[in-house]
Write a protein that binds this ligand. Structure first.
Ligand SMILES: Cc1cc2nc3c(=O)[nH]c(=O)nc-3n(C[C@H](O)[C@H](O)[C@H](O)COP(=O)(O)OP(=O)(O)OC[C@H]3O[C@@H](n4cnc5c(N)ncnc54)[C@H](O)[C@@H]3O)c2cc1C
Length: 387
């Protein structure tokens, strides 16, 4: 097997240079500082700059607001954004929902939202989880009741990340409480104007939300797919999030790399720390025990980037949790100093990675749920939870 780095052809290398120049211009210190401060996973100005280049939906044609990139160029773009820690959580949720909108929305709704998505003016968040429905999404209770040409929405969503920066939520609602739970669900691209959004700040530094719907009235043209048949509409974005979607390269390819970025930088900062002499002039890296522990993190990084689909999701999260914990242990007190504290290694990146790591086992479907997906849908084993 050839482990040499991939050589890019001239055209691809030129495109990568274009991406790097774009990042140098638009990814300012202010963008990073805002993300440290808010944990929002989104920067409106940067997002619109991406939109102006056609890089929010880069494989769409220029007339649709894209840039006509090839799927491979899209991979290059996504990798560089990830490597530079661009806050792209809301771009990610918008992209996940887009396939369902393209497939199931009325022409009126497509005309209303698609140009704005491409330009960066419109974003979507995921309105799945509720206080009593997380892994078991079909247990959702948020009600949608038809009233003429409108629907009335009542209920509460939990962990609706990015809602404060989004115009619409891809909303799971119950329209038939008497049907078996998978059969009474209807999906909406629900305008968020009129919903109450309350911030939730996590241990990992991320901002997410509770969203309350109290008699919110929306037009029927915001419905995606048929009434009570929402489960099949939901499946597209959900499968893509679980790394079980179609064969679009970036979605699958980025699974292992999803949390790789945090590990890459934590590792780099730890190596840098290990190369510095202490007060006695000794460098930690000269100790074989330290080198062995750093090498283990480097190996974790390799396996993270190689595993595809739901396997990548699990390995990526679990390796990050283990690596961040090991690095904190290796560095001692300097490793637990947070961003902006004097003497924090790597500007607090290792401490942050350790906190951030914990949530990665939960969102986007927990690692347990991904193990079920591998067992049931890839290995054909019996269902863990009978219908
Ligand atoms: C920071 C953050 C951001 C999030 N962003 C969003 C978002 O944008 N939109 C959104 O809708 N949701 C979001 N979520 C919610 C997330 O998807 C859910 O928390 C997750 O799916 C788990 O649901 P739950 O919290 O209700 O836990 P539960 O489903 O109650 O699970 C509790 C425990 O039981 C285990 N478990 C449950 N069912 C099974 C099973 N069948 N087999 C094996 N083990 C099982 C789980 O792995 C977990 O350990 C976010 C969560 C966090 C923490």
């Amino acid at each position: 097997m050839n482990f040499a780095p991939l050589e890019l052809d001239e055209q691809t290398a030129a495109f990568r240079d274009e991406v790097l120049a774009f990042l140098d211009e638009h990814l300012t210190d202010e963008v990073h500082e805002e993300e440290w401060r808010t944990g929002a996973g989104h920067n409106a100005q940067f997002h619109k700059a991406l939109g102006a280049r056609g890089w929010i939906v880069p494989t769409w044609s220029e007339s649709e607001g894209g840039a006509g990139l090839t799927p491979f160029q899209e991979v290059i773009l996504e990798r560089e954004l990830a490597a530079r820690h661009v806050p792209t959580i809301t771009k990610g949720t918008t992209r996940l929902v887009l396939s369902a909108v393209v497939e199931h929305a009325s022409q009126r709704l497509k005309d209303e939202v698609l140009p704005g998505v491409a330009s960066g003016d419109i974003c979507f968040c995921l309105g799945y989880t509720e206080p009593d429905a997380g892994s078991d999404l079909a247990a959702a209770r948020t009600r949608a009741v038809r009233d003429g040409d409108e629907w009335v929405i009542d209920g509460q969503k939990m962990f609706t990340t990015g809602a404060q920066n989004c115009q619409y939520a891809f909303l799971v609602t119950r329209t038939n409480p008497d049907a078996p739970k998978h059969k009474g669900i209807t999906m909406f691209l629900c305008p968020l104007e009129g919903a109450e959004i309350q911030a939730v700040h996590t241990l990992g530094g991320e901002r997410t939300n509770m969203v309350f719907f109290d008699g919110l009235r929306i037009s029927d043209h915001y419905r995606l797919g048929e009434v009570d048949r929402g489960w099949s509409v939901l499946m597209g974005p959900l499968n893509a999030e679980h790394g079980m979607g179609d064969d679009r390269g970036p979605v699958i390819e980025s699974r292992g790399g999803m949390y790789g970025g945090a590990t890459v930088d934590a590792y780099a900062h730890a190596v840098e720390w290990a190369r510095q002499p202490d007060v006695d002039g000794k460098r930690p890296i000269d100790d074989p025990g330290v080198r062995r522990r750093l090498a283990r993190v480097a190996l974790d990084l390799e396996t993270m980037s190689l595993a595809p689909g739901p396997m990548g999701r699990i390995v990526s999260s679990e390796n990050l949790i283990r690596s961040a914990r090991d690095l904190i242990d290796l560095l001692g007190p300097a490793g637990v100093l947070s961003h902006d504290a004097d003497g924090a290694v790597g500007g607090g990146w290792i401490e942050y990675s350790h906190r951030f790591a914990q949530g990665t086992a939960i969102y986007g479907g927990t690692t347990d749920v991904h193990r079920n997906i591998i067992a049931e849908r890839m290995l054909g084993l019996p269902r863990s939870t009978p219908r």
